[in-house]
Design a protein around this ligand. Structure first.
Ligand SMILES: [Zn+2]
Length: 173
């Protein structure tokens, strides 16, 4: 299915700050998923959650290696080991912040085929999964920072150059 680019909602939009509801039937979000995959790619992101495009449903996509769709994801396991990672977010342009989270997670989710799958991920992939699940619970990365005053604000120029860099290296969430 061919998708189209969707606009990202602004960071103060209420949809980004509330809990999203479950997707009743995966087949019904087929069009939305196609649009989200195009949007993620166009924006240069490696992950995109439905609330970021104004839809309050429990669904996100990732683009690390292969593109993958996670419908109604549940975090099943998280490692005791916590690691720091500098996070950015397509919904919070120009902001970066260090966030500590489990280094490895196991997530269960439904794919577009309606089948449940389980995936264990670490490094960037594990990080993106946790960041995107947070979006479904109305949580943005600054909410996870132990000291939000440490947030870094880049100039538009710095952000754009990082962003172009990110488009090459695939690290924006
Ligand atoms: Zn984000």
């Amino acid at each position: 299915m061919e998708g189209k680019r969707l606009p990202l909602v602004p960071s103060d939009h209420p949809v980004l700050h509330k809990t999203a509801s479950k997707v009743p039937k995966p087949a019904e979000v087929r069009g939305l998923v196609a649009d989200m995959l195009v949007t993620m790619k166009t924006e240069g992101g490696v992950g995109l959650a439905a609330p970021q495009v104004g839809r309050s449903v429990r669904l996100f996509v990732t683009g690390i290696g292969d593109q993958r769709v996670f419908i109604n994801p549940e975090l099943e396991q998280a490692s005791d080991e916590l690691i720091w990672w500098e996070e950015g977010c397509l919904s919070l342009p120009r902001l970066l912040g260090d966030v500590q989270r489990p280094g490895q997670v196991t997530v269960a989710a439904t794919g577009l085929d309606g089948k449940r799958f389980t995936l264990t991920a670490d490094q960037l992939y594990g990080r993106v999964i946790q960041h995107e699940i947070d979006h479904l619970d109305g949580i943005l990365f600054p909410d996870r920072m132990t000291d939000v005053t440490k947030i870094r604000e880049l100039t538009e120029e710095e952000w754009q150059s990082r962003f172009q860099n990110k488009r090459l290296h695939d690290e924006e969430m």
